[in-house]
Write a protein that binds this ligand. Structure first.
Ligand code: ARG
Length: 564
């Protein structure tokens, strides 16, 4: 049963109001003493020509308290509803227990396709922390949309074409050594890339040469393409290591190069539709009317640009996947880029561009006090970073629980989990001040804390080792129990909200609340030593908590070890 809806119905009937609007106006007060639901009467004052407190009192008199409510009281302009705790506990837990690890899932999406473009590192340049953020946020959205009945489709739009290849080939031709590259992999490539820049700063002829190589690649030169493919394979292998550790794979790895032959037809289409104008020999779309600088489509030398490729790729994707949304996850420094080319697609006459193209920007992670800043430019950065997190967690586990089975596996799951959780715990646009201490603290607002709570639930259930499927949850009326059930029960709404706002942190905050509420309950109440019927009900509550945490962590892309 939906308590909010039922209460809205009561009010609407009593005061002759619209049910939907009433439901929307119902608030959840910050403190339980103020009721579980509150209806503010201010907005009715004008129409009813009465002071809000009087309106509240009038409505209250019209309501006959049903079974599922304990009482209805007025407080000033508010009408406050207190649910019957036993009734609520029983109704809520039966739903949660029934759905188990699918609690919160739904079919809102009706199977329609959501394409999510994330990660997208640039070959031969470092996979930096921004790519990690994109990967983690994109993956969480992927899971969330799937859980809500959409068909998520992930695309890793690898930066596998462009001037950087010309640079690397130029450098390789001069200073490259096959053995070094075979051994050093992407680090060796990066070294060449850096060397190129050092030299090109002194002598611009290098840039010319690099452009020459790119032109050769574009003309299909066999030798140039062979090198390109080699460097690409080396980089992909390296990325794969990171993805494996994050347990992420993509539905498509069509990178930028995939669109090489798809851009010119789109440019022709733009010309035919009269959206292109010439400017200084280049072809642009004038966006002055939309208060944006022009969007560059063709360079003076006829070369294509980043927006050209994005436009070609979205038209391809629309055709191929028939998405209802195409989501792009990148750093906020690309906001203008996306706003511009989204507008161009709209100007080409594609109405869907207005509401189906979504840029999901995020802020930076600042490593002010971390040792990572000194290693800037090191392409192994991300792997080092993950290793570091795992090693530090390993040390903590060694101290806390030296006898734990599978210590290494757990350290990996908790270390990686800590990194992901840290990334997803705030409004994504906010910059993050990085701190090992804050990220790894088992008692803080961290991944390890939530995972630990999950393991605690698991241990309680294992110790009890009884069947509680017939437990009577209406016994759960203590403050801590009631608070916990409330957060568990509102989990589905939060998942929907996270999807609507493209904000995974709404899920991470919520499971943090669940974990905190459970620990409060755990510390103030006996479970295994309680009277039999209460014990069974509390075990049921523990199981529901465990499932919600596991589901929530799963949506974020984090594992839930059963012991830690
Ligand atoms: N490779 C780009 C970068 O590292 C991100 C690509 C984002 N996706 C897109 N369709 N533009 O900045």
């Amino acid at each position: 049963m939906n308590f909010k809806y039922e209460i809205a119905k009561l009010i609407a009937t009593a005061a002759n109001l619209d049910e939907k609007e009433t439901e929307q106006a119902l608030e959840i007060p910050p403190e339980s003493e103020m009721g579980d639901f509150a209806f503010p009467c201010f907005r009715l004052a004008k129409e009813m020509r009465q002071a809000p407190p009087a309106i509240a009192e009038n409505i209250r008199k019209q309501i006959e308290t049903p079974d599922f409510l304990d009482r209805v009281v007025t407080k000033g302009p508010y009408l406050n509803f207190f649910v019957d705790r036993g009734y609520f506990a029983k109704a809520a837990l039966s739903v949660i227990a029934n759905k188990g690890d699918r609690f919160g899932s739904s079919n809102i999406g009706g199977g329609s396709c959501v394409v999510i473009d994330y990660s997208a590192p640039n070959v031969a340049k470092p996979f930096h922390i921004g790519h990690l953020r994109s990967t983690v946020i994109g993956h969480a959205l992927y899971n969330i949309f799937n859980f809500l009945g959409y068909k998520s489709f992930s695309i890793n739009y690898i930066g596998d074409w462009g001037t950087q290849f010309g640079k690397i080939i130029t450098a390789y031709e001069r200073w490259g050594c096959d053995d070094e590259i075979k051994q050093g992999g992407i680090t060796a490539l990066l070294k060449l890339y850096i060397k190129f820049h050092e030299e090109a700063d002194k002598d611009p002829a290098f840039d010319e040469e690099a452009r020459g190589w790119l032109v050769k690649m574009e003309q299909g030169d066999e030798y140039a393409l062979k090198l390109w493919k080699w460097f690409l394979d080396i980089s992909m292998e390296e990325y794969q290591k990171i993805y494996t550790r994050l347990d992420i794979s993509f539905d498509s790895y069509n990178g930028e190069s995939f669109y090489n032959d798809k851009m010119m037809p789109v440019v022709e289409e733009m010309k035919a539709k009269d959206v292109l104008v010439e400017s200084d020999g280049a072809m642009i779309v004038d966006l002055e009317a939309y208060k944006m600088p022009p969007c560059l489509i063709l360079r003076r030398d006829g070369g294509t640009l980043y927006p050209t490729r994005d436009i070609a790729s979205v038209l391809y994707r629309k055709n191929e996947y028939n998405f209802v949304k195409a989501i792009y996850v990148t750093g906020h420094e690309q906001m203008l880029h996306f706003a511009q080319w989204f507008k161009v697609v709209e100007l080409m006459g594609y109405e869907w561009a207005k509401d189906q193209l979504i840029h999901v920007p995020f802020g930076f992670i600042n490593f002010a006090q971390g040792k990572l800043s000194t290693r800037k430019g090191n392409v192994l950065l991300m792997e080092d970073f993950l290793n570091d997190a795992v090693a530090r967690i390993g040390e903590i586990i060694e101290k806390k629980n030296p006898d734990l089975a599978n210590k290494e596996k757990v350290a990996e799951q908790v270390g990686i989990g800590a990194v992901i959780f840290n990334d997803l715990y705030n409004n994504r646009i906010k910059d993050i001040e990085f701190s090992w201490e804050r990220m790894l603290n088992f008692d803080g607002e961290t991944g390890p804390y939530v995972q630990y709570t999950h393991a605690r639930c698991n241990s309680v259930l294992n110790k009890a080792n009884v069947d509680f499927s017939t437990a009577d949850a209406s016994k759960l009326t203590e403050d801590e129990e009631f608070e916990l059930i409330k957060v568990l029960y509102t989990f589905p709404e939060r998942i929907i909200e996270a999807a609507n706002k493209y904000e995974p942190f709404i899920v991470s905050r919520h499971i943090m609340q669940v974990a905190q509420a459970y620990n409060k309950f755990y510390h103030n109440n006996r479970i295994l030593q309680a009277e039999e019927d209460i014990k069974l009900a509390r075990l049921m509550l523990t199981k529901c908590t465990k499932d919600v945490i596991c589901t929530g962590l799963g949506l974020l892309g984090i594992k839930s070890p059963s012991e830690m």
